[in-house]
Design a protein around this ligand. Structure first.
Ligand code: GLN
Length: 550
């Protein structure tokens, strides 16, 4: 078992997660079994209670983990389904240690960061590595943060525990470019490596984020001052799409360098009985084809996303990526027109939307998930517009709930229909809590979380897109379409195209006589991969494209 630890220096938002994911892809392309772990040094148990404003989207795993969005990047790049445990937080680690302490398991010893916290960290990583050839561990934050110290200490000890040939430290850093002098500066990287070395970690490889090519001189300088091989200074220039990063890093020789440094040829020939072809010749052909279509597509469409967090794109990361994947499959660039839902709460929302439409920005309307009342009526207005003007519509979670509210109010004539999340005493609670949710006090982890099955209605659009009867999507919500209203909605023409297997919960809705109007209570965006676009996103994009070029 081999371990790759990835740290970040100088500034945050360096693309450490994409670097880690790309390394995962390069190793997968060499036929290795790879697991990936994200360490978040914050004190939360999981990302479930964090605001998307501050931290970007909460990514949900099959087993119901509410995780950091990097777990989503890992899943998309290495095409596996990860688990809640793949996201280690300081909160989880401390909780386990404190629970053990209360049970008296430390037998009177003083419970300390070293060794108790560090041991717990190491144990978790080792457990995650079981059964895999290589485990990639990304340490969140930047070297020098107080919070990440116990984690860095744990990964330092790791080398001792499992042997130096089995551990690789990769440091992702920034080389700022000074326009005035036309220079690439190495000093911040030198400092951050120095900081890393002061806690006992000598990086084996430097991945240098840079706007411009770095050239031999800079490489030599970094190699000298940071004490790494010259070939281990890897240039990571800004890419045209995140999916291009693995290809760029491969060109820089990172894949083969990792193979050499971790002695992966041995692992490979043991695994594939003597054959060592692929270990230096990764198969990236499919990946390359996808990247080509993302960069140079034949067509172009624009989708409007009507949401609350339109200022921070990370809040909708998986949705954006799912659109990219579906776009690549359809040889189409999917532009996004962000519309703040509150903007559509005014009386003249029709004019505003007409305007977007005339500008060609309303190829389709997507209403994503969300919590809280802000902008809800704007979303409902946008959905009414999509329904009446026959604009392709995809409603996700809250987006589906809003579609149900809209249909109840404007088609079923249920005046004042609403979700009890937003209006407790609505005369028509078409979206409501199920009895088992009503009495919950703690907010973290009390939602319907993780993968749930749904049975699709035979001759529905939803069914024909998925091409199967039983589907699993990941959920993250408390409210449901109120079963008491299923009948009224259906009688008035809304199709409930997917139900929970017990027939109680509406999982998918759709409309006949509309080119594409689908709502889903789950979050299909979490399962979309570049090589396997999600069928709903694929269908949505295809319909919009068809409308445009028809
Ligand atoms: N706020 C809604 C609920 O809790 C929808 C949640 C979501 O869109 N993820 O049911």
């Amino acid at each position: 078992m081999k371990y790759i630890f990835i740290t970040g220096g100088v500034v945050s938002s360096l693309g450490k997660g994409i670097t880690a994911s790309s390394i995962g892809r390069l190793l997968k392309a060499r036929n290795f079994d790879v697991n990936m772990v994200k360490i978040d040094p914050y004190l939360q148990i999981d990302a479930g209670t964090m605001s998307p404003y501050e931290h970007g989207e909460v990514f949900v795993t099959d087993d119901g983990g509410e995780t950091d969005l990097d777990i989503g990047n890992y899943e998309r790049f290495i095409d596996v389904s990860l688990k809640a445990d793949n996201n280690i937080t300081a909160g989880k680690v401390y909780k386990t240690v404190l629970e053990k302490e209360r049970r008296g398991e430390y037998l009177g010893k003083t419970v300390q960061v070293i060794p108790h916290i560090t041991d717990e960290i190491k144990e978790r990583i080792k457990k995650l590595g079981e059964g895999y050839d290589i485990t990639i561990v990304e340490i969140g934050g930047t070297v020098g943060d107080i919070e990440s110290l116990p984690f860095l200490e744990a990964i330092r000890q790791f080398k001792k525990d499992v042997g130096k040939d089995n551990v690789l430290y990769i440091h992702v850093s920034l080389l700022p470019y000074l326009k005035t002098t036309g220079e690439v500066k190495t000093k911040p990287t030198q400092h951050s490596v120095k900081e890393l070395r002061s806690i006992g970690i000598q990086p084996d490889i430097l991945v240098c984020r840079t706007e411009v090519p770095i050239g031999e001189k800079i490489r030599e300088k970094l190699a000298l001052f940071c004490d790494v091989d010259r070939e281990a200074v890897i240039e990571a220039r800004d890419a045209r799409t995140i999916y291009e990063v693995p290809l760029n890093l491969e060109k820089e020789g990172l894949g083969n360098l990792i193979v050499k440094k971790l002695k992966l040829t041995e692992v490979y020939s043991r695994k594939y009985s003597g054959d060592s072809k692929r270990v230096f010749e990764p198969d990236l052909s499919q990946w390359r084809a996808i990247v080509d279509r993302i960069i140079n597509p034949l067509h172009e469409i624009t989708v409007a996303i009507v949401g609350k967090y339109v200022k921070l794109k990370d809040a909708y990361m998986s949705i954006i990526e799912a659109l990219v994947h579906a776009g690549a499959k359809n040889d189409t660039r999917v532009n996004i027109r962000w519309i703040n839902a509150e903007e559509l709460e005014s009386k003249n929302y029709m004019d505003i939307l007409d305007n977007y439409r005339e500008n060609g920005e309303l190829g389709g309307i997507l209403v994503p998930g969300g919590f809280g009342e802000r902008g809800v009526n704007g979303k409902i207005n946008a959905i009414r517009y999509a329904r009446e003007k026959k604009i392709p519509f995809l409603g996700i979670c809250l987006g589906m709930q809003c579609a149900v509210i809209e249909y109840a109010r404007n088609v079923c004539n249920l005046e004042g229909a609403h979700s009890t999340e937003f209006h407790k005493d609505t005369p028509h609670p078409v979206v409501d809590l199920l009895p088992e949710q009503v009495n919950l006090k703690e907010k973290g982890g009390t939602m319907r979380l993780g993968a749930y099955p749904a049975v699709l209605k035979e001759d529905s659009l939803t069914h024909s897109l998925y091409g199967k009867k039983m589907v699993y999507e990941r959920h993250r919500h408390r409210y449901e379409v109120n079963p008491k209203y299923h009948h009224i909605l259906e009688r008035n023409g809304l199709t409930i195209s997917g139900m929970s297997p017990d027939g109680k919960l509406a999982e998918f809705i759709e409309l006949k006589d509309h080119p594409f109007f689908i709502g889903t209570q789950g979050h299909p965006e979490f399962k979309s991969r570049p090589n396997r676009p999600h069928p709903l996103f694929d269908g949505f994009v295809r319909t919009i494209l068809y409308n445009k070029i028809r």
